[in-house]
Design a protein around this ligand. Structure first.
Ligand code: AMP
Length: 283
């Protein structure tokens, strides 16, 4: 059955009230549309947990630090709804920008610590935009649980932080990264890759996986990361935004592998910026 498409906060509230009255719980999957199997896996996780599912589709202008990136962001609501219908999604929450940010909007949710460095360093204001809009989405949908991908691991850490700090009554569920057969992490931005770029793109996951293995075997972290950077540039990446080992829990920088960790990377192929991360397993 086709999900109902809701455009106003009043209607969303009324529908959520209706679901709750019938004894249902509600799972929210926030997205910016241009849906792919990675997004759909979050919907499946919410369904598997027994929730009625709301998928929000909102390209949030305040989290884009580059206006060109916002302009070029792929949008196709009809195609998105067609992908969601067979999964039994109940509500698509697709407000326009004026409904989300009414005249005079002046509030920002800003998280320190985990939002610093990595994407926080090169995308100023990005995580303020994310934290503010996700806070709004959580309050609008009044969901019992909300589902996010580990693809955006730092974003997930930021969300966990403010949900704890602000005592927002919702369970945050982190879901595994879905990848193409060649290892490339699925992303709405992948459609913007050139043919050559698409062939080069899996090198990011390969370099991260190899570096993780080398760190797991006890090699020097700085040397491993330098080698991985070199291999990315040789593979055809235009530039590297960051390639770093960070603690899994609070994302603090690590010069040595002495705690549970993840490797994080962001790199450009032309004007397309790809991010990815992998776990580094302890011995
Ligand atoms: P976006 O539409 O890019 O803002 O992503 C919406 C949600 O989907 C976020 O929680 C992302 O982390 C998640 N997501 C995006 N790509 C993937 C992927 N390849 N695997 C799992 N989750 C993903």
């Amino acid at each position: 059955m086709k999900p109902v498409i809701v455009r106003t906060i009043d209607e969303l509230r009324e529908r959520v009230r209706g679901l709750r009255k019938q004894g249902h719980t509600v799972g929210l999957v926030p997205t910016m549309g241009a849906l792919h199997a990675g997004h759909l896996s979050l919907v499946q996780a919410a369904k598997a947990d027994g929730h009625k599912v709301i998928v929000s589709i909102f390209v949030n202008p305040t989290q884009f630090n580059d206006p060109k990136d916002l302009d070029k962001y792929p949008r196709d609501e009809a195609a998105d709804v067609a992908l969601l219908a067979p999964l039994g999604v109940d509500i698509v929450w697709a407000p326009d920008v004026d409904e989300m940010y009414a005249d005079g909007f002046s509030t920002t949710v800003s998280v320190s610590g985990v939002s610093e460095g990595l994407c926080g360093a090169t995308r100023p204001g990005h995580f303020d935009g994310v934290a503010t809009v996700v806070t709004k989405l959580l309050l609008q949908a009044q969901a019992d649980a909300a589902y996010f991908g580990q693809k955006d691991f730092q974003q997930l850490a930021v969300i966990n932080r403010f949900v704890t700090d602000l005592n927002i009554p919702v369970e945050i569920v982190g879901c595994p990264i879905l990848r193409e057969d060649d290892g490339l992490a699925m992303s709405s931005r992948n459609v913007r890759l050139s043919e050559t770029g698409r062939k080069t793109a899996p090198a990011l996951f390969l370099a991260l996986s190899k570096a993780a293995e080398d760190i797991e075997s006890g090699n020097d972290v700085t040397r491993v990361l330098a080698h991985a950077s070199k291999s990315l540039l040789e593979a055809g990446f235009t530039s590297i935004d960051y390639l770093e080992l960070r603690a899994s829990d609070n994302l603090s920088p690590m010069a040595q592998f002495d705690r549970p960790a993840r490797l994080f990377a962001a790199a450009f192929l032309g004007d397309v910026r790809l991010i990815d991360n992998v776990v580094v397993k302890g011995r």
